[in-house]
Design a protein around this ligand. Structure first.
Ligand SMILES: CC(C)(COP(=O)(O)OP(=O)(O)OC[C@H]1O[C@@H](n2cnc3c(N)ncnc32)[C@H](O)[C@@H]1OP(=O)(O)O)[C@@H](O)C(=O)NCCC(=O)NCCSC(=O)CCC(=O)O
Ligand SMILES: NC(=[NH2+])NCCC[C@H](N)C(=O)O
Length: 347
């Protein structure tokens, strides 16, 4: 069975192996043992905290484990807040009009304006699934399990949550936006800037970016075309968030122009539609047919989320097998949270 659980100290090797596969532009997972160990330490500390009443510097990094082999095949994370220790920058794609009634000229010009608008917001991040496991709805489980955690523990997150999506770069790590913009203010490659960011030096880099409005019409077409566009490998990740109600609100990454998607936590489909019930354990009917459901427990340190398939009438009670209950670390009558996986899915 495929199970989402908090990352633990034994996962360093597996996390490193995954980090080797993520590629340029995936700043939150880079193959560097020190950085990854710090990440694990931070996550272990975060999941161990009880009595959290408001979000602070928690980093809830989770993994997808194949419980039959014990292999870790994917990661997903939520940061409780960003931008409180050091500024968090993005560009907002806005409009400035240049108009003259006398000359009969009215031009609305798109501009990029540097801002810190996501300061203090929760961020979902670090979504990565090994290629061999991109099937059987594993990607959906990985992305959406986070919303079950957020639904259960809303006090740990801000009202608004956002995701910074990986933007366009080619197989050599060349980003069209960086070449036309960032490049002029540094003498380094996007790949290097990205590595510095991954090591936590984003502030230093961002401080060198132009903080006057950048007129988008002065940028070459290749750069304009990638504003708000995701990397081709990130199209599925974007679709998964859009299914849940996340929207692009004209915020883009300052380096590669990748879009930020945002939502109110209470409006996220899986948060809004999930319901808490008491677990029945037994011999379920309609197993392996009908719709897929996300089922999670209601624990922090021992958080678990799995996927089950059942043919059951909407709103009816969900019975779990003993194996499913064991995977969720629950016994009978403990609370579980349930929601249909993807009622709007095309697949
Ligand atoms: C993101 C995942 C985990 C998703 O897993 P899968 O690829 O197995 O997902 P999937 O179920 O096949 O696809 C998800 C949905 O996208 C649709 N889909 C797939 N490819 C598509 C394409 N080319 N064009 C349009 N839609 C497409 C599918 O039909 C499906 O929608 P239907 O259900 O309607 O059929 C994986 O692709 C991955 O690891 N990608 C590489 C890493 C990456 O770029 N990560 C995001 C970085 S950005 C980040 O981390 C922040 C965002 C975040 O944390 O969520
Ligand atoms: N535009 C970008 N390159 N953003 C980087 C973030 C990608 C992804 N959200 C991560 O967690 O690493």
């Amino acid at each position: 069975m495929m199970v989402i659980r908090p990352i633990c100290q034994n996962d360093l090797k597996s996390l490193y192996r995954l980090a080797e596969k993520t590629g340029v532009g995936f700043t939150s997972l880079v193959p560097d043992e020190d950085i990854l160990q710090k990440k694990i330490d931070g996550a272990v500390r975060s999941f161990a905290k009880d009595n959290v009443t408001k979000p602070s510097n928690e980093d809830y990094l989770m993994v997808l484990e194949d419980s039959t082999t014990g292999d870790i095949v994917g990661t997903c994370g939520v940061l409780a807040t960003v931008g409180l220790d050091e500024p968090f920058y993005s560009y907002h794609l806005g409009t400035i009009t240049h108009a003259s009634r006398e000359l009969g000229v009215h031009n609305a010009v798109p501009t990029l304006i540097l801002n810190n608008d996501f300061t203090g917001c929760s961020e979902i991040c670090t979504l990565f699934l090994e290629e061999d496991f991109r099937h059987s709805k594993n990607g959906q489980l990985l992305s959406k399990a986070r919303f079950m955690f957020m639904a259960q523990f809303p006090e740990r997150f801000t009202e608004k949550v956002f995701a910074e999506m990986r933007g366009v770069s080619d197989e050599n790590g060349v980003s069209p936006l960086w070449e036309s913009l960032g490049r002029h203010f540094f003498s380094i490659d996007f790949k290097e800037a990205d590595e510095l960011t991954a090591q936590g030096n984003k502030q230093f880099i961002a401080e060198l970016m132009p903080n006057n409005p950048v007129y988008v019409n002065l940028l070459p077409k290749e750069a304009r075309d990638v504003l708000g566009q995701v990397h081709q490998n990130t199209v599925p990740a974007r679709r998964l968030l859009e299914q849940e109600g996340f929207r692009y609100e004209n915020y883009v990454d300052i380096f590669d122009g990748g879009p930020s998607l945002e939502a109110r936590v209470q409006d996220i489909r899986a948060v809004r539609d999930s319901r808490l019930c008491l677990a029945n354990i037994g011999q379920p009917k309609g197993i392996g047919e009908g719709s897929y459901y996300l089922v999670s427990n209601a624990k922090v340190t021992d958080f678990r989320c799995i996927l089950v398939q059942r043919s059951i009438p909407p709103g009816s009670a969900m019975t779990l097998t003993q194996e499913e209950a064991d995977s969720l670390c629950i016994i009978t009558k403990e609370p579980v949270r349930v929601v249909e996986l993807s009622p709007y899915s095309r697949g």
